[in-house]
Write a protein that binds this ligand. Sequence first.
Ligand code: TYM
Length: 346
Amino acid sequence: MDQENTQAAVKPEKKPIIFSGIQPSGTLTLGNYIGALRNWVTLQDQYDCIYCIVDEHAITVRQNPAELRRRCLELAAIYIASGIDPARSLIYCQSHVSAHAELAWILNCFTYMGELSRMTQFKAKSAAHADNINAGLFTYPVLMAADILLYQTNLVPVGVDQKQHLEICRDIAMRFNGVYGDVFTIPEGYIPKTGAKIMSLQEPQKKMSKSDPEETYIAILDEPDAIRRKIKRAVTDSDGEIRFDPENKPGVSNLLSIISALGGGEINAVCAELQGQGYGKLKERATDCVIAALDPLHAEFKRLIADKGYLQGVIDENAEKAAYLANKTLRKVQKKVGFAARGERK
Ligand code: TYM
């Protein structure tokens, strides 16, 4: 091998960038795990991954401060327990990198009221929190766009409920680039084929959500007994046929998606295998898959959460690395829009 080839072999290849985040605003659900976390883990090999704890998004709805603080550290532990390796991927809190809020301000000036008022999540959240329809709730997608664009992100792995937010992020980036040149990479969404929208166990026409009553969702940290009980009580239908048909059989289809997403086989194969065995067997299979997926995570979570010093160290160190990357884009943007140059003096 000549000198040049040797150097090429040694030089670490630059991988495409992934950014995603979860709000530390409540108990994480199986929906968060299947729609997001599980994919984040597998994407670590091919991408440089940045996984944020989006605490600034969380305060668009009132939070108890002590609980929010606890949940941020818990979420770091959940990320790591799920298999995200903090030595390879960045895990940090959004509020620790001020560039997020700074870029969001600038992007607010490139976002129209009309496009924000079309966001279905804004409409749903303002209906659910009618006493607190704050401006943060309204500009929430702009902060999300800032999160993504700061890191020149190529791919954003999310569940299907975030699709509209991703589209507005792309629109804002293209609008900005249209004025100032190629400042931002235009990100693509990565929405899983199976499990992009896990449904409520009690109202399977609705997304499984941490803000709904306990019996409607499986929490990532639920013990096996609770998982068994909740799936046993999951709403199905009365025709008894195990068939994937989300429109007419949302409950059964949801259980099939859960099984398939958690490695229980292709949906068609599961249907064929369980044919004629009744919903009891379907629920048993779903329970086994969920427990098998979450059990190792539980043990690791318990170990990690007992070591707050380690978790704090991870988020501190990774926030520094994230800030370095984020500030590179922020400085470029500030210059483009015409903010005064910064002197070298301290
Ligand atoms: P959040 O915290 O509501 O949800 C985190 C991730 O979980 C996915 N998800 C689901 N997937 C399948 N089925 C479900 N029932 C389900 N419920 C939630 C969500 O799609 C999401 O991927 N705005 C984001 C957080 C965020 C973000 C970002 C994401 C802030 N900045 C930048 C990506 C990039 C949110 O509220 O997710």
